[in-house]
Design a protein. Structure first.
Length: 356
């Protein structure tokens, strides 16, 4: 039959596995597209994660280096500041030597070194976690610099006869400033060390002590003796209480008693003559004490050669001046302070007078 012949004439199905497969159905194509898209997205996310961790690692390493650099820089500055303190107090503990520089010049040189340390600590750029510590440390080294500057400026007065007591008081106050700087450094150091620990940074800042504790540098007598010895002056201060006081009610002008806060009329009889009483309110003999009186732009001076503890002496001070009559004048009488005197408020008195 014909249809049997036609069936036999059809080409046989290919059994070769290399022959192309028939086209995929629409659902299968979409499924493969989604798989490829998910793989691409996953790859992108993986790359992004790796980039984030890489950048974060670089930032962490950079931050760790900034902590380590800060620790190293502050350590160097703190150690140099401690050495500076040792040099300064070593100078005060030694008698005047053969140096061509005066004590004032040497202390000024220490102040210059302290100034450079302040500049170095101010130039640091610490991480934000160290900002509080940085403020304390900057203030620490500023206090030390300023203290040395004030002491240098006071040395000439501290070795003078009339100005030694207030100058020594001021130098003693700067010793307290040094003590404050040591306390402040400890606070800044503790704050910095805590930040180092939080960041996993090993090591700590060193101690930095400026004030020498082997002597009582908060005692004006110790300070006065040290300054005078280091400066080559023989004006040493003995122990005990030192101080003079002006007996305000014991002052007269041309024979008329005068009182602070009360206007008093006195005779205009040629030159002015002031009598004043000075009392030794301390526990040691004092000597070579200048007592001055000033009125109408003119002044006179008398010296007490020696005065025992508890003793009161009267001095007569002539003033070569003829104040104009009828004008209100202020008379100021002052007894010079003595070495070791800590309270000088009662060394001066003012009186209001009118010459008639």
């Amino acid at each position: 039959m014909q249809f049997l012949d036609d069936e036999e004439s059809l080409p046989p199905l290919s059994e070769d596995p290399g022959d192309p497969e028939p086209p995929l159905a629409g659902d299968e194509r979409r499924r493969q597209y989604m798989v490829r898209r998910l793989i691409a997205v996953a790859g992108g996310v993986l790359i992004l994660v790796l980039l984030v961790f890489g950048v974060r690692g670089c930032l962490d390493a950079r931050k760790a280096r900034s902590f380590e650099n800060y620790q190293s820089d502050v350590t160097s500055i703190a150690e140099e500041s401690s050495q500076l303190g040792e040099s300064f107090f070593g100078l005060l503990n030694e008698p005047a030597g053969d140096s061509d520089l005066s004590l004032e010049q040497q202390v000024n040189s220490f102040k210059g070194t302290a100034e450079s340390l302040v500049s170095r600590i101010e130039a640091l750029d610490p991480p934000g976690e160290l900002s509080a510590a940085q403020r304390d440390l900057v203030f620490t080294f500023e206090l030390r610099r300023d203290g040395l500057g004030v002491i240098a400026s006071q040395i000439p007065r501290a070795t003078g006869d009339e100005t030694s007591a207030p100058a020594i008081e001021e130098i003693t106050r700067q010793m307290k400033v040094f003590l404050a700087s040591d306390v402040l450094y400890d606070r800044g150091r503790a704050s910095a060390d805590a930040a180092f620990t939080d960041e996993g940074i090993g090591g700590q800042l060193p101690e930095s002590v400026f004030l020498n504790t082997q002597q009582d540098w908060l005692d004006p007598i110790v300070v006065g003796n040290a300054i005078n010895s280091a400066a080559g002056s023989s004006t040493d201060v003995t122990g005990g209480v030192h101080g003079l006081g002006l007996v305000e009610a014991g002052t007269t002008v041309n024979g008329v008693p005068v009182t602070p806060g009360v206007q008093t009329s006195v005779p205009a009889d040629g030159e002015v003559e002031v009598q004043a009483q000075v009392q030794n309110q301390g526990e040691s003999d004092e000597g070579d004490i200048d007592v001055t009186a000033t009125v109408a732009g003119s002044s006179g001076k008398k010296q007490i050669s020696s005065i025992a503890p508890g003793e009161t002496q009267t001095v007569t001070i002539p003033i070569n001046a003829t104040p104009p009559p009828g004008q209100v004048q202020t008379l100021e009488v002052t007894a010079a302070t003595v070495p070791g005197e800590q309270v000088s408020d009662n060394n001066t008195a003012e009186y209001t007078i009118v010459f008639e």
